[in-house]
Design a protein around this ligand. Structure first.
Ligand SMILES: Cc1ncc(COP(=O)(O)O)c(C=O)c1O
Length: 463
């Protein structure tokens, strides 16, 4: 794993380095709270349906439920808890901030300015001389802001997005998200979003194989823009996740993102990188676009950038785009000082302990174990990832690649019963996804991955 060494013992950041299951989950106390939640809350509640537990406390990459079971949390609050629950360095910054100021709209404060400067310092490529805009504190609103800014600058109204994308649930963000189940009850959304195939090589939309494909997916985007009869207008922006998250942890071949950059330049289209999930050191670099040294015109950030789970959202963009008017994207919570202090402390933590490199190393260990086991796992079509964004795609048959969501769901459940929590995602909901806090120790990674592999074997035997 190279010479990189974390400067302190990460194991102290967690409740334990392995799961401890005392009662088969969900235990009676979890069941009781889940039932109470059902009575009180909306039918739209989602996560406790697939992961039926009620949380008592959490630390680092571990969660304790109300029945006393301790889980390895490889879901990380949907990719939010990159420096782990209750990270002590972040907590101390939070406590200091709480003594002074919580809410400040967009008035300048020391915390806000320091965070703004830090975001520019870490921003990809030329964006270090760009501008920061703090949106309302969700990823969805950062995406809304990015779309608005691009529309304002180009005077165009349509967006080019990608199949497998997820950008959020507000109207604009949902319009550029491809999942039919999420939007079909709410049409019409923004007029004319055009979706092009992502470089999802395991299921190439053009039936080709990399590298012989000559990146047909890029050629198709060129065609959409070049052919006046393609049905797509020249868009206000191209929005893309440099590594796709909810679409199934898809890492495109290294020519894809730089190729999009070239095409966007050719047509003077602002390129938006949505780094809400793939950024913040998740994929082994602070921003996943740094994996291919490509710089966007606008980058969206949220999730882990709020530190230890504080809500936060922002965009960073090229200075030339800063043409919108004061109040162009207002919102009451665009100055949450505690979230800002937490975000700043967590970036400092990531830098101080080179958590991006640790994420790369831990991801390599996990993926290495999965790849080694893959050949003997009947229903695993592909395991893939970058850093600790790892996915295992399940198929009924390795030849036909027919998606097998039922087994993915079963594997998720067996893992949960054995004390490891994963997310499910992918085009067909057939991908087990790891979004573990990046502070996991090697022991935790090995234990969690062993449990995952064993759970896959167990699920296979049940079929
Ligand atoms: C890439 C990406 N963009 C945007 C969002 C939306 O963020 P939020 O749920 O904070 O609105 C998500 C959430 O999963 C995401 O993964």
């Amino acid at each position: 794993m190279g010479t990189h060494k974390i400067a302190f013992d990460l194991s102290i950041l967690h409740l334990s380095e392995s799961p401890k299951i005392r009662v088969i989950p969900p235990g009676p106390k979890s069941k009781k709270l889940i039932n109470e939640q059902k009575r009180i809350e909306s039918n739209a509640v989602s996560y406790p349906r697939s992961i039926p537990l009620a949380i008592d406390e959490a630390k680092g990459a571990t969660i304790k439920d109300v029945d006393g079971n301790t889980y390895l949390d490889f879901f990380g609050g949907a990719g939010v808890l990159n420096v782990g629950q209750l990270n002590p360095k972040v907590i101390s910054a939070v406590n200091e901030q709480l003594k002074k100021l919580v809410h400040a709209l967009d008035f300048p404060t020391r915390t806000r300015i320091d965070l703004g400067k830090k975001l520019l310092e870490i921003a990809p490529g030329e964006l270090e001389s760009g501008k920061v805009f703090f949106s309302a504190p969700t990823g969805s609103d950062a995406v809304e802001a990015a779309i608005k800014l691009a529309m304002h600058n180009t005077g165009r109204k349509t967006i080019l997005a990608f199949e497998g994308s997820y950008h959020g649930m507000t109207q604009g963000a949902l319009s550029v998200s491809s999942g039919r189940k999420l939007y079909e009850d709410y049409l019409p959304l923004l007029p004319q979003t055009h979706f092009a195939p992502y470089a999802y090589c395991y299921r190439c939309s053009f039936g080709k194989e990399y590298p012989d494909c000559d990146l047909e997916c890029l050629r198709y985007v060129e065609h959409l823009l070049a052919d006046p009869h393609s049905g797509a207008s020249i868009p206000a922006a191209i929005i893309v996740e440099p590594v796709q998250g909810e679409g199934g942890s898809i890492v495109p071949p290294r020519e894809f993102i730089p190729g999009l950059r070239e095409i966007a330049d050719q047509y003077s289209i602002p390129l938006i990188f949505d780094e809400i999930q793939a950024g913040n050191a998740r994929c082994g670099r602070m921003f996943s676009c740094e994996l291919t040294d490509t710089c966007p015109d606008i980058v969206t950030i949220a999730k882990g950038f709020g530190g230890i789970g504080f809500p936060f959202g922002a965009i960073i963009y090229r200075k030339e785009l800063d043409t919108w008017k004061p109040g162009a994207h207002i919102g009451t919570f665009r100055g949450h000082q505690v979230a800002m202090a937490a975000g700043l402390a967590s970036i400092r933590f990531i830098e101080e302990y080179d958590i991006a490199q640790h994420s790369a190393n831990m991801g390599k260990i996990m993926l290495g174990m999965l790849k080694e086991a893959e050949g003997n796992l009947k229903f695993v079509g592909e395991s893939r990832g970058a850093g600790l964004m790892v996915g295992v795609e399940f198929v009924r048959d390795k030849e036909s690649k027919e998606p097998y969501p039922e087994i993915a769901e079963r594997v998720q459940h067996i893992c949960y019963e054995n004390g490891v929590i994963f997310e499910l995602g992918g085009h067909f909901f057939n991908v087990i996804r790891c979004l573990a806090p990046l502070t996991v120790t090697e022991k935790m990674v090995r234990t969690g991955t062993e449990i995952l592999i064993e759970s896959i074997r167990k699920a296979e035997k049940e079929v």
